[in-house]
Design a protein around this ligand. Structure first.
Ligand code: ZN
Length: 141
């Protein structure tokens, strides 16, 4: 892991293609989380061809501020893969970004039992490869 929160065990990495691949590649290449933004100005995630608001297929990848609030979470006590065992228990968050879309990521920099609804968090990218940066969230200090 290459983030401010230190070394973490190797995780299974996504190997997406198409728009999903572009999502991870854009984050890895720029160091900033990017989401699709329609020509009508509506942000969207996960990546898809058409805008749910207006139906347009005209959009661009644009950087988000990287701030949001905890919308929901689950705490994992058993690893889905042995690579996660050292991190137990860990929290997986659904964060509502200030731009609107909700996105899933791991919690870093805070014990899971300290989580609260609406807690302000910021995006922390975990650069795994040249084409994959995973999305984590840390509390805003
Ligand atoms: Zn639209």
């Amino acid at each position: 892991m290459n983030s401010e929160f230190g070394i973490r065990p190797d995780r299974l990495l996504p190997a997406p293609g198409g728009l999903g691949g572009e999502f991870y590649e854009k984050a890895a290449a720029t160091g900033n989380l990017h989401l699709q933004r329609c020509e009508c100005a509506v942000w969207r995630h996960p990546p898809r061809i058409l805008c749910a608001a207006c139906g347009s297929d005209k959009w661009t990848w644009e950087p988000v501020a990287g701030l949001g609030r905890v919308f929901s979470w689950t705490i994992t006590h058993r690893p889905t893969d042995p690579a996660f065992a050292a991190e137990l228990p860990y929290a997986i968050l659904v964060v509502e970004l200030d731009e609107g879309p909700r996105i899933v990521g791991n919690l870093v920099g805070l014990a899971p039992e300290a989580l609260q609804l609406d807690l302000r968090v910021r995006v922390v990218l975990d650069h795994r490869t040249d084409t994959v940066a995973l999305v984590d969230f840390a509390p805003v200090n």
